[in-house]
Every structure is written in C-alpha cells, then in structure tokens.
Design a protein around this ligand. Structure first.
Ligand code: C2E
Ligand code: MG
Ligand code: MG
Length: 655
C-alpha cells in the first residue's frame, strides 16, 4: 500500500532543556545541602567549645575545693600563728577563686538537670564554709586537737561530698554534651535524607518535564508535518506528498506498472462564481468522499490544488479493467449535489496515463495525465481520455500559449503585442460602410501571429477573458475618441465580448465608465455576443443590456445558427441584430441546405424585426444571393479583410 510519508524530526531541543533542568535542580539542592551542613558543623563546634569551657570550669572548681581542704589541713597542723595566718589568706584567696569560677559556670546556659546539681552543690558549699571557718578559729586559738577532730569528723566528709557533687556535675556535663551531639547528628542525618529525597524528586520532576516537552514537541511537529503534507479542506495528501510518495514508490518497485488518473471538475470556476466558495468547498469534499468510496487500500488519492485531483491506481492494471473502473466511477461522479438547498450539477473530466509506458518519473506522468485530461475537456468535457503521443504535442502548444497569454495580460505591455483591427460592415446597396467590427490580434514577442479564435478559446477557459475584454473595450473607445477628435465620418465600432455570468456586470460597468471618460455617445458602439455567451448571462445583465440598447448601443447575436437558442429565448433577449455565421454563407450558392437555412434565418430576422448581417462574404455570388433576399449588410473578405487602424482611417477619409 502506498502511504504518504511524514518526515521524522529529531527532538534535539527537548533533551538539552531537560538536562539543564536536572543540572539546575541538582546545583540548587547541593547549595542548600552545603548551607545546611555548614550550619550544623558550626553548631557542633559551638557545642564542643561550650562543653570544653564548662568542663574546664568544673575541673577548676574541683581543684580549688581540693586545695581548700589541703590548706585547711595545713592550718590544723601549723606550728606558729604566722603559718596559720598565711594559710588562712590562701584559704580566702581560694574561696574567692572558687566563687569566681562558680559564677562563670552559672553564667553558662545550664540545662535544668545541671541547674539542679548546681543548686545542690551550692547548698553543700553553704554547709562546708562555716565548718571550715570553725576549724580555722579553733586552730588559731591553738585548740589543735578540737580543730583536728572537727576537721576529720565534719569538714572532711563535707568536702568529700562537695567534690562528689562536682564530679556528678562533670559526668552530667559529658552526658548532656553527648546528647546534644547525638541530636545534632540526628538532625544532620534528617537534613541529608530530606536532601536526598528532594534530589530524587527533582530528578523525577525533570525527567517527567523532559518527557512532557518531548511529547509536546513531537505532537506539534506531527501537526506541522500534517499541515505540510495534507490538504486541510479534504484531508487528502497534497501535491508535494503525492510527488514524494510516487517517487518513492517508483524507486522501490521500478518494475511494477500502475496508472495515474488526473481529475478536473468541469466548470468548477462557474460553481464558485455562481454559488459561492462555500458551495464550491462542499463540492470538493463530496467529490473526495465519492472517490474514496470507490478505491481500494493499495490505491493512492491526492488533491493537487483547486479542483484538480489525482489517483494512483495500483489495484487495477489492464486497459480493459481501467476502462470499466472509470465508467463506473463516472456514473457516480455525474451527480446533482444538493448543498444548502442549492442543486449543483457537476461532471468531471479525466486523463489517464500509465507507468512505465507513458513516463518513468512523477513529473512526466503527472504532465501526461494532465494533457490527457485537457484533451478530454476539449472533446466536450464529462469524459476521459488515455494519454497518447499525438495529443501531447497539440496540448503542449496550448499550454505554452496560455502561459504566455497569462504573463502578457499580467504585465504592463499587453499593448505591445495585442491590437485591434477593424473589418467594415458593408451596406450592400451603396457599397459604403457606417460601422465596423473590432477584432483582436496577437503578435507575440517572436513576431508570430497567434490565431484569434485559438487564444480567445484558451482565454475563455482560463478566465483571462475578463482582462482581454477590458483591454478591447478600452482600445475601441480610444480609437473612437481618435476618430471623433480628427473629425472623421462617424463609424460605429462593434466589439466582441465573451465570458461568463460572473464577469458581465463588471464589463458593462467598465464600458459605461470608458464612454464617460472619453465623452463618447453609446450609439457609436455595438456589442457582439455569441449564443453561448447570451445563454450564460444573468437576468440582471439582460436588463443592463436592455438599457444600453435603449441608449443606442447595437446588440448583435454573433455566429447565429451555430448555437442552440430557441425562438422564444431569442425574443426575450434585447438584441437588435443577427449575424449569420460564415459557415452558412460559405455554402452559398452550392449547398442546398445552407441556401434554405440562410433564407429561413433572414425571414425569421425580418419577422422578429431584427437587422441581419451576413458574415464571411467572399464571393460575388454570395453577395447577389444576399441582395436578392433583402439582406442589406455584409461583412467579409469580398469587401475588406480586417484592417489596421490607420488603413480604416484612410478609408473613412476617402468616404
Ligand atoms: P467573429 O466575431 O465571428 O469574427 C469574425 C471572424 O471571421 C473573424 O475572425 C474575421 O477575421 C473572420 N472573417 C471575416 N471575414 C471573413 C471571410 O470573408 N472569410 C472568412 N473565412 N473569415 C472571415 P477572427 O478575427 O479570427 O476572430 C475569430 C473569433 O474570435 C471571432 O469571431 C470572435 O468570436 C472572436 N474574437 C475576435 N476578436 C475578439 C475580441 O476582441 N473579443 C472577444 N471576446 N472575442 C473576439
Ligand atoms: Mg464578432
Ligand atoms: Mg461571427
């Protein structure tokens, strides 16, 4: 099965974004961790310093207490009063040292359990000190035995208790510090585990975010790819996808034959112009659905643009089966669409070419299928044609011509290559003329004269006709203005207008503007319309033509007899003149049917009170015949070929 390819893109941007996000979060968490660890290490060293200070104060207190006991013992044993006084002074000094140390210890922030021991120690100190003083006084009074007795029995045990209390405080200090260390470490561990969790969490978030970004990017890439490869109106693959897919298919299966069918909806432009783009869009969507319904999985259907579609037919290969398939398809496609209560009748022209017989690359195959379709259009539309080498050359020429005409009309130099020539309409009775027909000529940049009916036909098909008509209106008015200005005898100029409903109002409007700008009488002009054109124009345009006719504009039905107007229709139209087509005149005098036909047309014109003009009069016999049947105006090579503007000007002068 042929599948249209969506180009894969690498999602380069999402990964660096996600990666940077992870790095950023890691850096952030590391900074937080560093700050936190730094803080707790400060805390630990602070606790350590505090502990050391308190411990040293306790050691000092114990030493001082011990020294006081020893000094007191020295007082008890001292031999003379001087020794007692000296020792007593040291005892007092030690008391002061002890008090200073105790106060320093108290100033430290003490936990309740330490404060409790501290108070116990204070009480012991309060008990010990008077006893020590008593021992000193007994010793001073030389009551050595009593002093020693008091020292051994009361002071010493109290001192011992006192020292034990300090020892308890020391132990409590160690245990308190240990607890603080433990708590700080616990807090640190907690912080670290929080950080680890946070790190994992941020990595997780980053990964999720990266996945989200990648997904989003992939979605939008796919959307873009879809927009670039698909036609939004019909959801079919577009032109570039079609080309890429067929190229790949040929590269992968060079020996596998297939066919390409090129579709073009007939008169699609008119559908758009007459019913609006909304209806046009619906027609395209309905058309797509119908084709999809009729094809198989291995076929590939795409929209090239506008009303052009293309089908790669893989499921059927032989000529007979393709014919059958297309016949069946055509039946389904020729339908009346009812869109928003509007009935739209559509038909389709198709061109078929085959791989590898008609081309081995996509571009050639597409061009050949297009040429075949074009030739189907030329054979009356609503049909199909297989590509053949003979049609190729002819159609190619027309293609080139339409291209050149398009460029010319969209440039500023249309006047360099396009010009009007004028063919007089002769009064058979006096051999004079009071009017002429303006006929367009195209001499291209290579000096070739392109046949008028050929390029007019192309212009009508490609809508370049609007620009052509506008050019002709303007040139004819300019010419008439020139003739008026140079005082020539009045010669009516009949201009040929063709096109569709959509452009007619605009053309008539432009015509009226030109008349105003050049200050010309409407009666100096005539308009020639073919039966086909008249058939296409709207009621509104018919009434505009009526107004023009009342202002003196001659309105001729050109090439009468070649179209399909009924008599009742003829009566309805605001025409003044019938121009008998030259095809009938050329049959005079030998073709009996033509003789009857021309006579009938002349009589009918008379009864409808219409003026009659014979086109393409080339021989004297034709002139005699026309005169005999009271056709008074004739145009043709017998009198004049279409003349350049200066040639007709000199004829007017002569007249
Ligand atoms: P038409 O309007 O019927 O013009 C008459 C055609 O017959 C002209 O061909 C003219 O040169 C040719 N003709 C005149 N006398 C004779 C004759 O005795 N024998 C033969 N065999 N032909 C004669 P031309 O100029 O090639 O124009 C062909 C058609 O192209 C015109 O047919 C008209 O339908 C269209 N056309 C010409 N000029 C314009 C234009 O300015 N605008 C539009 N929309 N169509 C134009
Ligand atoms: Mg004409
Ligand atoms: Mg004609």
């Amino acid at each position: 099965m042929l599948q249209h390819k969506i180009s894969k893109r690498h999602y380069k941007n999402a990964l660096p974004i996600g990666f940077s996000l992870i790095i950023a979060l890691m850096v952030l968490t590391s900074i937080i961790a560093a700050i936190q660890l730094n803080k707790s290490s400060d805390e630990i060293s602070h606790v350590e310093i505090e502990h050391r200070e308190r411990d040293s104060l306790l050691q000092t207190m114990a030493q001082v207490a011990r020294k006081r006991t020893i000094t007191l013992f020295e007082i008890v044993h001292a031999a003379d009063p001087f020794q007692i006084d000296d020792a007593y002074m040291r005892l007092n000094q030690l008391a002061t040292d002890f008090t200073v140390t105790r106060q320093a210890f108290k100033r430290k922030k003490l936990p309740p359990n330490m404060l409790e021991l501290f108070n116990k120690q204070t009480k012991l100190a309060q008990l010990t000190e008077p006893k020590q003083l008593q021992v000193y006084e007994l010793a001073r009074d030389n009551k050595k035995t009593k002093a020693l007795d008091l020292f051994i029995k009361e002071t010493l045990p109290l001192s011992k208790k006192f020292l034990e209390a300090i020892k308890d405080m020391s132990q409590l200090e160690s245990s308190n510090t240990h607890i603080i260390f433990k708590d700080t470490k616990k807090n640190n561990d907690k912080t670290l585990s929080y950080l680890i969790v946070f790190d994992i969490f941020s990595v997780l978030i980053s990964v999720l975010l990266t996945i989200f970004i990648i997904k989003k990017q992939r979605d939008s890439d796919q959307e873009l790819a879809l927009l670039a490869t698909t036609d939004t109106l019909t959801t079919l693959p577009n032109r570039s996808t079609f080309i890429a897919t067929v190229e790949d298919h040929i590269a992968e299966n060079p020996n596998k034959p297939f066919s390409i069918i090129f579709f073009d909806i007939d008169y699609f432009k008119s559908i758009n112009d007459n019913y609006g783009h909304e209806v046009g869009d619906k027609v395209l969507q309905d058309f797509t659905t119908k084709i999809r319904f009729n094809i198989k999985k291995e076929d590939f259907f795409a929209r090239l643009g506008g009303d052009e579609f293309v089908l790669v037919l893989n499921s059927i290969q032989n000529h007979h089966d393709i014919n059958q398939f297309i016949k069946k398809l055509s039946e389904n496609l020729d339908t009346v669409f009812t869109i928003n209560k509007t009935e739209v009748f559509t038909t389709t022209s198709m061109g078929i070419c085959k791989y590898p017989d008609d081309g081995t690359d996509t571009e050639t195959l597409l061009r050949h299928a297009d040429i075949a379709m074009y030739s189907a259009k030329k054979s009356g539309r609503n049909g199909y044609k297989f590509f053949s080498k003979e049609t190729n050359i002819k159609v190619q020429k027309e293609h080139d011509m339409s291209h050149a005409l398009h460029s010319l009309l969209h440039s500023d130099n249309a006047g360099n290559e396009l010009r009007l020539v004028y063919q007089p309409l002769m009064n058979i009775s006096d051999g004079d003329f009071t009017e002429c027909e303006a006929l367009l000529r195209w001499t291209n940049s290579q000096g070739e004269n392109i046949p008028t009916d050929e390029f007019i036909e192309i212009a009508e098909k490609t809508n370049l006709i609007e620009k052509i008509n506008l050019f002709v209106i303007h040139e004819a008015c300019k010419q008439q203005f020139e003739w008026q200005r140079s005082g020539k005898k009045s010669t009516r100029i009949n201009i040929n207008l063709s096109g569709n409903k959509a452009i007619f109002s605009k053309l008539l409007y432009e015509f009226k503007i030109n008349l105003k700008v050049f200050e010309l009488e409407p009666s100096l002009f005539g308009i020639e319309l073919t039966e086909r054109t008249l058939f296409e124009i709207s009621e509104e345009t018919i009434s505009e033509l009526e107004t023009l006719r009342e202002l003196g504009v001659k309105i001729s039905m050109d090439d009468f007899g070649t179209g399909y107007s009924s008599l009742s229709y003829l009566k309805k139209l605001p025409i003044t003149t019938l121009k008998v087509d030259k095809a009938f005149i050329s049959g005079i005098p030998n073709d009996k049917d033509d003789l009857v036909l021309v006579k009938t047309i002349i009589n009918m014109a008379k009864s409808l009170k219409l003026e009659i003009v014979a086109e393409g009069v080339e021989t004297h016999e034709q002139l005699i015949f026309l005169e005999a049947h009271a056709c008074n105006i004739a145009q043709g090579y017998y009198f004049h070929h279409p003349l350049e503007s200066d040639e007709i000007s000199s004829l007017q002068l002569a007249a």
